[in-house]
Design a protein around this ligand. Structure first.
Ligand code: NOJ
Ligand code: CA
Length: 535
């Protein structure tokens, strides 16, 4: 990896769910102007890039993840001119913009699909995955939709089914049609020409399905969700994905300093890793870290595995939160205490890899609980009894204690979490001990100390099972990070420094004073205490 600073590798990326960030025209929905207004806040926080959840026109069956025009901006968010301004204003502040491209499927309102419906002879018919019914009239195969029900939707006029991995209103594109491939590459080119810095590819490894649409084999064991009762070997992760990624990367590399990160669908870390290479994706997401239980060994194992998979050649990334997952504050914390969240922040911002933050994570936003009639998410609507859906982590950003948390003067599309009166940006900005101040201080430390963003990683054996300890190293510097996962004080032995004539110095402590005793070579950590030591 090059020694030169690279924004997506050495920096911090912040995900914005645009509907929920900042409304400026009083319609209860966040918009691009709102993001522009908050760029100074993000600059002060210290981030290097923004991943915007989809902003293309969408009928919002899945809130932007059902696109009806890949070359436009949804009017509820603004115009192409607003987008150009956002890019320009972000770039002036050295903030990069990553667009979310949802190309596995379109909206059923997309013109391509509307044409595809007209007749079997229509040139767009084969842009989607259409099949005749089985001889007995049944579905063409046993594939299911992950949001519930069969994967096949019947059209009586054509007497055919089309396939959808998600909702019926999200028909999957047929990537085996060269025109689809071409149209998709044009989408990349369009946004690259406009100056976009990178892309997040939604469920990219589902683009190709088995050529013969073979049935998925049954999985052994008991699974509550019907979708999980099958091995998804034929409806995703096909070998044809590799040459397509190579074409995408070749195109992206024609523009300097661009980045492509992939969301791998249903894949193991090993599968996710296979798509990352100098001629494929720059990076990929893995869920093991976010799914860790609260213990030093659980996080340590997830990090050790993902880090080793990347080796020297490639660069891992990590997220604790996104728009599909209950927030870390809901997963690991009960009540209003932020000590555990400070520990997570310290780990997240000092482990080797690109940290992704999700809006509101920096102030410890909790999930909002919604009543059934308030649910917006299609997953929540369809599965209310077993799954609440994903609205809880999508509630509006809590800026201040004014009406609707300063998000909007109008009724927000999703109700604001009632804790906004005390938990908000303005309150935390004024409080040196707040979670926000903690994030900001750590992001700046990370930027100032190359060993914290660029160093190699060595996880030390768990001498004390409550304390995760790792070392980051560059040829001239070492850093040691110690994180006490328990609610009691803990002590560890400081490892020796591998650089001669230097001693460990405490650079940063969190959740109370950490006390290194250099003579006896030990370090005491308060409950949930964190310490960063530097050589
Ligand atoms: C993954 C996205 O993260 C999720 O929000 C969306 O519902 C599905 N892909 C479908 O696009
Ligand atoms: Ca608005």
């Amino acid at each position: 990896m090059s020694a030169q600073r690279t924004w997506w590798r050495d920096g911090v990326i912040y995900q914005i769910y645009p509907r929920s960030f900042q409304d400026t025209n009083a319609d209860g929905l966040g918009d691009l102007q709102g993001i522009i207004q908050r760029l100074d806040y993000l600059k002060e926080l210290g981030i290097d890039g923004i991943w915007l959840s989809p902003i293309n026109p969408s009928p919002d069956v899945d809130f932007g993840y059902d696109v009806s025009d890949y070359h436009g901006i949804d009017p509820k968010f603004g115009t192409l001119q607003d987008f150009d301004r956002l890019l320009q204003e972000a770039h002036q502040r050295d903030i990069h913009i990553i667009l979310d491209l949802v190309l596995n499927h379109t909206s059923d309102q997309h013109q391509w699909f509307q044409e595809s419906l007209k007749s079997k002879d229509n040139p767009y018919h084969d842009w989607y995955i259409w099949r005749d019914p089985a001889p007995d009239g049944d579905y063409p195969n046993n594939w299911l939709a992950i949001f519930g029900g069969p994967g096949w939707e019947y059209n009586s006029e054509l007497n055919q089914y089309y396939y959808h991995t998600f909702c019926p209103e999200q028909p999957d594109l047929n990537f085996r049609n060269p025109d689809v491939r071409q149209a998709v590459l044009e989408v990349f080119r369009f946004w690259l020409e406009r100056g976009v810095d990178g892309f997040r590819l939604d469920v990219f490894n589902a683009y190709y399905k088995h050529r013969e649409l073979r049935d998925n084999p049954r999985r052994k064991g008991f699974y509550l969700r019907p979708y999980d009762r099958f091995e998804h070997v034929n409806d995703c992760s096909q070998p044809e994905m590799f040459p397509l990624l190579q074409d995408i990367r070749r195109l992206v590399d024609q523009y300097p300093d661009r980045y492509v990160v992939g969301e791998t669908f249903l894949a193991s870390p090993v599968q996710a890793r296979m798509y990352i290479a100098p001629d494929l994706l720059h990076a990929g997401f893995d869920y093991a870290y976010a799914r860790s239980t609260w213990s030093a060994s659980s996080f340590g194992n997830a990090i050790a595995y993902w880090d080793a998979l990347h080796g020297e050649e490639d660069w891992p990334n990590y997220f604790l939160n996104n728009h599909d997952t209950p927030r870390s504050a809901a997963r690991y914390v009960t009540g209003e205490e932020d000590a555990r969240l400070k520990l997570l922040a310290c780990m997240h911002l000092t482990v080797r890899g690109t940290p992704y933050l999700y809006y509101g994570e920096e102030i410890g936003m909790r999930d909002t609980r919604y009543k059934r009639k308030e649910i917006q998410d299609p997953v929540g609507k369809r599965k209310w009894l077993s799954v609440q859906g994903r609205d809880g982590c999508r509630s509006p950003m809590q800026w201040d204690a004014s009406m609707n948390a300063g998000f909007s003067p109008a009724r927000p599309w999703l109700r604001v979490n009632p804790d906004y009166i005390s938990r908000n940006v303005e309150a935390q900005q004024q409080e040196p001990q707040s979670l926000l101040s903690f994030y900001r201080a750590l992001i700046h430390l990370r930027r100032e100390n190359p060993v914290l963003h660029a160093g190699s990683l060595e996880l030390l054996p768990l001498e004390n099972e409550s304390v995760l300890v790792y070392r980051r190293s560059t040829p001239s510097r070492q850093a040691l990070v110690a994180l006490n996962f328990s609610n009691r004080p803990q002590q560890i032995t400081l490892p020796s420094l591998e650089i001669e004539n230097q001693t460990w110095q405490l650079l940063f402590g969190g959740n109370g004073p950490a006390a290194p005793e250099l003579d006896s070579g030990s370090l005491c950590l308060p409950p949930y205490g964190t310490a960063i030591l530097l050589s």
